[in-house]
Design a protein around this ligand. Structure first.
Ligand code: GUN
Ligand code: ZN
Length: 462
């Protein structure tokens, strides 16, 4: 374990750039690029909402993106560039640059227990998850895992995420402190959990309210950091705690809410028995004022018709977690149904229930989930989901998600063919859609050449 922990990044600066800088402003000038030449792909619209998916994206085979003060200044064909820009152009021809991937649901304390064998949700939580999360009462431990976690996100081309801490407030401090070092856009929250978990992981309704409030005041909108009120899921909160969570949301309406919903059949039946007075699982959250346009519900697989409708009416958001849903045997999420109901959906890994940090891997499994339902996931819809779609799901599309002028310059440089198999697969492919599809199905962290946050290089594979 120690060997893998990124405790001394300076020992290998070539693979871990800038992650230990004490403040964003101290990042070296050297890594602040002005202009970059490469192929560019980004989305302007949801391909599923247009008759012609080609109108949803912009692809520039030989493009030039100019960055100023960490924001996108322009993106255009290289041949149209202004002559005065020529001197400082970083040449990445042959690479594909996309907006940084956005992960809309992930548990950083579960990083070390990814791929735990043989259990579905409730048994998995008890056997593996809770004992692992116990360690985060130790701030130093939380710092080590935070450092590893953020490096792992960047290594996979993920530049923003909505993240669960543990019940310990110091777990959230540690994560935010680490993200702050590179000025990363991150949303996180302290888990609220006052029943149905081991004593060592329980807070109380009152202490969860007090501690969350302190964290909101300390971190929400501090630079690019934001806070999410985080009741783990209905079964681990008393009615009193959910009431307090709703009160916090009423006091800080701009703050996010993140939780889990209808992931597993046994879980749903448990919620029914714990809250018999409520119409269903989603109604528990709605009753306590926890739904709305900044509320992100992970999974949402087994919704009733009434719940689809209620999610739509409240403009609540779903985090689609393909690798987790398959790994934990939870079920097949119906993305088309969410679209039909006009519900915003973000893409998520849900590590440690999920089995990869790579959003390319999430999309590969998402495609198979749709296939098992006799449905399709086009590569354009997939890559939209990993970028602009997820930005929209987090109400952050005015800041991130594509390369429109003025947006924050978070992006990833991808190698089209990082493996021998990918090279063979692409040998006779000149069609953009086919090349992207091969990348979506076969790609992972090996395809990530470099990752940039706010215009600065924060990870490089070479
Ligand atoms: N439901 C409640 N807690 C969790 C968790 O940590 N992971 C997943 N996948 N589902 C949950
Ligand atoms: Zn989760």
């Amino acid at each position: 374990m120690q060997k893998n922990l990124n405790t001394n990044p300076s020992a290998n600066p070539s693979t871990n750039l800038n992650t230990t800088a004490p403040t964003p402003s101290s990042n070296s000038e050297q890594s602040a690029i002005n202009a970059i030449r490469a192929s560019f792909l980004h989305f302007i619209e949801d391909p599923a909402q247009l008759d012609n998916a080609q109108e949803a994206y912009q692809y520039i085979e030989d493009g030039l993106m100019v960055i100023e003060n960490g924001k996108i200044k322009s993106l255009q064909a290289f041949e149209q560039k202004n002559a005065d820009l020529c001197e400082s152009v970083e040449d990445q021809r042959g690479k594909l640059i996309m907006p940084g991937f956005i992960d809309t649901h992930i548990h950083y304390p579960q990083t070390e227990m990814i791929a735990a064998y043989g259990a579905q949700l409730l048994e998995w939580l008890e056997t593996y998850t809770f004992p692992t999360e116990k360690q985060f009462s130790d701030k130093e431990y939380a710092q080590k895992i935070s450092e590893f976690f953020i490096h792992e996100l960047l290594k996979n081309g993920t530049t923003s995420a909505l993240v669960f801490g543990t019940v310990h407030p110091e777990s959230v401090d540690a994560l935010f402190e680490e993200a702050q070092k590179i000025d990363m856009r991150l949303i996180a929250g302290k888990v609220m959990m006052d029943r149905n978990a081991p004593d060592y992981l329980l807070d109380t309704a009152q202490s969860s309210y007090d501690q969350s409030k302190v964290l909101i005041e300390k971190w929400h909108n501090k630079g690019r950091l934001q806070y999410a009120i985080t009741p783990r899921f209905a079964p681990t909160s008393t009615a009193e705690q959910l009431q307090f969570a709703g009160q916090l949301k009423a006091e800080y309406p701009d703050v996010y809410v993140q939780t889990h919903l209808s992931e597993n059949i046994d879980e749903i039946n448990w919620v029914k028995s714990l809250f018999p007075e409520r119409a269903g699982y989603f109604d528990v959250y709605q009753h306590y004022g926890l739904t709305g346009n900044k509320s992100i519900f992970a999974h949402s697989i087994h919704l009733t018709e009434n719940e689809w409708q209620a999610m739509s009416e409240t403009d609540s958001v779903i985090a689609f977690c393909p690798t987790s849903n398959l790994f934990l045997g939870s079920g097949l999420f119906d993305l088309e149904k969410a679209d039909k109901n006009n519900i915003r959906v973000g893409l998520a890994t849900d590590v440690g229930g999920g089995t990869s940090f790579s959003q390319l891997q999430s999309l590969s499994e998402a495609y198979k989930i749709m296939q098992l339902q006799g449905k399709k996931l086009s590569v354009f819809k997939g890559l939209y989901l990993a970028t602009l779609g997820s930005a929209r799901s987090l109400s952050l599309d005015h800041k991130i998600g594509n390369f429109v002028t003025g947006k924050e310059a978070d992006f990833v440089a991808l190698n089209w063919a990082a493996t021998d198999l990918q090279k063979l697969r692409l040998k006779n492919s000149n069609n953009l859609q086919d090349k992207l599809f091969a990348l979506m199905m076969l790609g992972d962290e090996r395809n990530v050449e470099a990752t940039y946050v706010a215009g600065k290089l924060v990870y490089s594979a070479v």
